[in-house]
Design a protein around this ligand. Structure first.
Ligand code: DQA
Length: 148
C-alpha cells in the first residue's frame, strides 16, 4: 500500500501559527510520527507540502498510477480551489480530507469545502490526531478493498 500525505498553504508554519487553534506541534513532527506509523503498518508514505496551488496540482498528477490514496489537508485551498478538486477527481485517486481544527465551528467561509463531497471520508477537529485517524481510516478502507 502506498499513500501520499499532502499539506497545503501555511501548514509549514505549524508550531508557531495560531497555536490556540492549531496547537504547538510542527509539521516535521507530524510527518515523522506518520512515517513511523506507516513503517509499522508496512505502508509506504510520501509527504509533500506546498504553499502554491499549482505545485499541489502537479504533485497530485505525479501520484497517478503510483499511489493508492491521498491524505490531504489543503488548508485554505479547501474552501477556494476548484483546481485542487479537479486534480483529485481527475487523478481518480481516493482521498481523505483532513483538518486540525473543526472548520464547521469557525468562520462561515470555512464551512464550504470543494473536496468533501467526493472524499472517502473527512476528519476535522482532532488536532494532530486528525492525521492519525485519517491514516487509520484509509488503511482500513483500502484493506477491505483488497479483501473483496
Ligand atoms: C485547516 C483549516 C483551514 O480552514 C485553514 O485555512 C488552514 C488549516 C486545518 O487544518 O484546520 O490552513 O485546514
Amino acid at each position: 500500500m502506498h499513500l501520499l500525505l499532502i499539506n497545503g498553504p501555511n501548514l509549514n508554519l505549524l508550531g508557531q501559527r495560531e497555536p490556540s487553534i492549531y496547537g504547538s506541534i510542527t509539521l516535521d513532527s507530524i510527518e515523522l510520527a506518520l512515517e513511523e506509523k506507516a513503517k509499522e503498518a508496512g505502508v509506504k508514505l510520501d509527504c509533500f507540502q506546498s504553499n502554491c496551488e499549482g505545485a499541489l496540482v502537479d504533485r497530485i498528477h505525479q501520484a497517478i498510477g503510483k499511489v493508492d490514496a491521498i491524505l490531504i489537508n489543503a488548508g485554505a485551498y479547501t474552501h477556494t480551489s476548484v483546481a485542487l478538486r479537479d486534480a483529485l477527481l481527475g487523478a481518480g485517486i481516493p482521498y481523505v480530507e483532513l483538518h486540525l481544527s473543526n472548520t464547521y465551528s469557525r468562520e462561515e467561509f470555512r464551512h464550504n469545502s470543494f473536496l468533501s463531497d467526493r472524499a472517502v471520508g473527512v476528519v476535522s477537529g482532532f488536532g494532530v490526531m486528525s492525521y492519525h485517524l485519517a491514516f487509520e481510516g484509509i488503511v482500513d478502507y483500502l484493506s477491505e478493498d483488497e479483501g473483496t
